[in-house]
Design a protein around this ligand. Structure first.
Ligand code: PBG
Length: 336
């Protein structure tokens, strides 16, 4: 076997430190970079007007009413962050075991989409599809006799997707992990005249402990009894992630997501190598909270570690990253 020419020269002819001599050389030979085009900013919307609420387990993240969300969307766009992922907080009296309010064209989610699209049309909206914001039990699907029903849930998800597409959403992002939902949603969107609305499948979504702060943020944590292990993936599996992605591509997914991010970088790399389609990562609430908590204690530098984490996603093969630190990262990138 002949070795590659550049591997022939050994020390002292080769000194890898030469390429690290100064900032301009390091920049010249850098293999991966992070830009604001890579960032999607997840945000939480509440009912009301001119109101914002902090989230204790996610310092720096706020719930906002629609009017403030419109302002935030414009501010994000001005920083170069052109995508938002929207999450609604549904008042408890509007929740039921079937998650019926998910299909109401005047629910908080749809009103938020319409408001942002009317006032900040050049911001892309990625909208989560799953029933957990709307169910009284906190599961992502319809529950009967203690089981989360698949096919019955998919029917409700199709309606949820169509009303959000109608409202103006750009990317439908099913996060529920029901089988067969991508194909059903694609058919539903096409049949209702939304054939250009994209689908980003949360294809490899694991049953993770790292979603804890998110469930505080959307106020579903207290409702959920048990766990989501009968639909979200087992953290021990990687081959199965490739099967999930393959099926979703066959069903019409335009992009796929791996979630959480950091503990699953191997999965991101394997998905990217196997399928070469746009592959996103979700740097989830618990991952963000860890960075914030450590930096609040003076143990880590939040800014440095955030950028390093996001660059790590790029190196692993990610095309875009959902991160609560999107605006912080954008500000830091602007400073250079
Ligand atoms: C709900 C959903 C969850 C997240 C995104 N969509 C939570 C869950 O599955 O329980 C988690 C995001 C995060 O932790 O930042 N389907």
């Amino acid at each position: 076997m002949t070795s590659l020419p550049h591997l022939n020269a050994a020390f002292p002819r080769t000194r890898l430190r030469r390429n690290r001599t100064d900032a301009w050389t390091r920049a010249l030979v850098r293999e991966h970079t992070l830009t604001t085009d890579d960032l999607i900013w997840p945000v939480f919307v509440i009912e009301g007007e001119n109101r914002r609420e902090p989230i204790a387990s996610m310092p720096g993240v706020e719930r906002r009413t629609i009017d403030l969300m419109v302002e935030a969307a414009a501010a994000a766009r001005d920083l170069g962050v052109r995508w938002l992922a929207l999450f609604p907080i549904t008042p408890p009296e509007l929740k039921d075991p079937q998650g019926s309010f998910s299909g109401d064209p005047d629910n908080l989610m749809c009103r938020t989409i319409r408001a942002i699209k009317a006032q900040v049309p050049d911001v892309g909206l990625l909208c989560d599809v799953a029933l957990d914001p709307y169910t009284s039990h906190g599961h992502d699907g319809i529950v009967k006799d203690g089981r989360v029903l698949n096919d019955e849930t998919v029917e409700v998800l199709v309606r949820q997707s169509v009303v959000m597409a109608e409202a103006g959403c750009d990317i439908i992002a099913p996060s529920d992990m029901m089988d067969g939902r991508i194909g059903a949603i694609r058919d539903g969107l096409d049949a209702s005249g939304h054939d250009m609305v994209r689908i980003c499948s949360y294809a490899a979504k694991y049953a993770s402990g790292f979603y804890g702060p998110f469930r505080d943020a959307v106020q579903t944590g207290g409702l959920l009894k048990g766990d989501k292990k009968t639909y979200q993936m087992d953290p021990g599996n990687a081959e199965e992630a490739l099967r999930e992605v393959a099926l979703d591509i066959q069903e019409g997914a335009d992009m796929v997501m791996v979630k959480p991010g950091l503990p699953y970088l191997d999965v991101i790399r394997r998905v990217k190598d196997a399928f070469q389609l746009p592959t996103f990562a979700y740097h989830v609430s618990g991952e963000y909270a860890m960075l914030r908590a450590a930096s609040a204690n003076g143990w880590l530098d939040y800014e440095k570690c955030l950028l390093e984490t996001l660059l790590g996603f790029k190196r692993a093969g990610t095309d875009a990253i959902l991160t609560y630190g999107a605006l912080d990262a954008a500000r830091l990138l602007k400073q250079g």
